[in-house]
Design a protein around this ligand. Structure first.
Ligand code: 8YV
Length: 315
């Protein structure tokens, strides 16, 4: 029987390709020079899309594929998929929640510690020979016992909070309402109020139109010159221009960022700053987690085409 045709939006590790190719014929969109011609040639056969969180699937692409039935996202975030366009056509969308939660929280904590303790600069101090020439590295900032504000106490926010609790931090959070499982932590509805009482301010919200720029200039200012913002969610959750202004004039102390507007291109202003820690959107980037994500992408596609319930549906 002929394999079902799947449009592949971005690269996957070889083990995912092997897995997917057992059941599907992959069409690597990202390798095509002429994207429009690539789609036009395959429009009548493509029944599924395998995409990545940051690549999603636009309305234009969905509209160009009349046989499309399912979009399987390699990532928990599906904000780059035009859900309205998919819903209007009855196209199913799946993502990869849960399997990446702990890794994303781990990287958030690593970024907090690295930023506060100057781990990157300290390593440079050793490599450059400054330790021998200039002596001790400048003193850094303590993390244990400090106040943390978590904007979005979903799966990832909860894992961040648990880790912060192990550092004896005072935990406050904001969400749509107080969460039953968070009785030991303080609920503060307003993001700016949450920010005002946080030394370390984690952004762990779902991305999308509803939360766009929720971390506004006012929230950034409220974190303040001694504070740090850690973003392991989506760039769109922060007003990036306001963030850059605040980092440049030091009205915000530090930012540790895994996500950027227009990534992988960055606003060059970031590169001139020494009060940022910049990471290449790799919070879920471990072999173990990426293997689990790849399996889920494949399992969702297989379930759909076999008429079984989808393991992790979005719509
Ligand atoms: C991935 C992500 O880096 O889960 C998400 O929403 O953004 C990340 O886990 C990305 O989807 C991999 O392409």
């Amino acid at each position: 029987m002929a394999k079902i045709d799947i449009l592949q939006m971005g690269p996957y590790p070889s083990w995912d390709i092997e897995l997917l190719e057992k059941s599907f014929q992959l069409h690597p969109y990202f390798e095509a020079d002429d994207k429009a011609a690539f789609i036009a040639e395959r429009a009548d056969v493509i029944r599924g899309i395998a995409t990545r969180g940051e690549l999603g699937a636009s309305r234009e692409l969905i509209d160009a594929l009349p046989q499309l039935e399912v979009i399987s996202v390699y990532g928990v975030g599906y904000d780059a998929v035009d859900l309205d366009a998919a819903r209007a056509r009855g196209i199913r969308v799946t993502n990869t929640p849960d399997v990446l939660t702990k890794d994303v929280a781990d990287l958030g904590i690593a970024m907090m510690l690295a930023g506060a303790r100057g781990v990157i600069g300290a390593e440079q101090w050793v490599r450059s020979g400054n330790w021998g020439k200039q002596g001790l590295y400048p003193l850094q900032t303590q993390v244990s016992g400090k106040r943390v504000g978590i904007l979005g106490l979903g799966r990832i926010g909860y894992e961040v909070a648990k880790r912060c609790a192990a550092f004896d931090m005072e935990i406050a959070y904001s969400d749509l309402g107080p969460r039953d499982f968070a009785k030991d932590w303080t609920y503060i509805e307003d993001p700016a109020e949450l920010a005002a009482q946080a030394d370390f301010f984690f952004v762990t919200l779902t991305g999308g139109p509803a939360t766009r720029h929720i971390v506004s200039a006012a929230v950034i200012k409220a974190v303040g010159p001694q504070g740090m913002i850690i973003n392991i969610s989506r760039a769109s959750n922060i007003d990036e221009a306001a963030l850059l202004d605040a980092l440049e004039d030091h009205s915000l102390g530090f930012a540790a960022l895994d996500v950027f507007e227009g990534e992988p291109q960055l606003d060059p202003r970031f590169l001139a700053l020494d009060n940022v820690l910049l990471q290449p959107h790799h919070a879920s980037g471990t072999v173990e987690t990426r293997k689990a994500m790849g399996r889920l992408v494949c399992e969702n596609l297989e379930a759909h085409f076999a008429g079984r319930p989808l393991p992790t549906p979005v719509i």
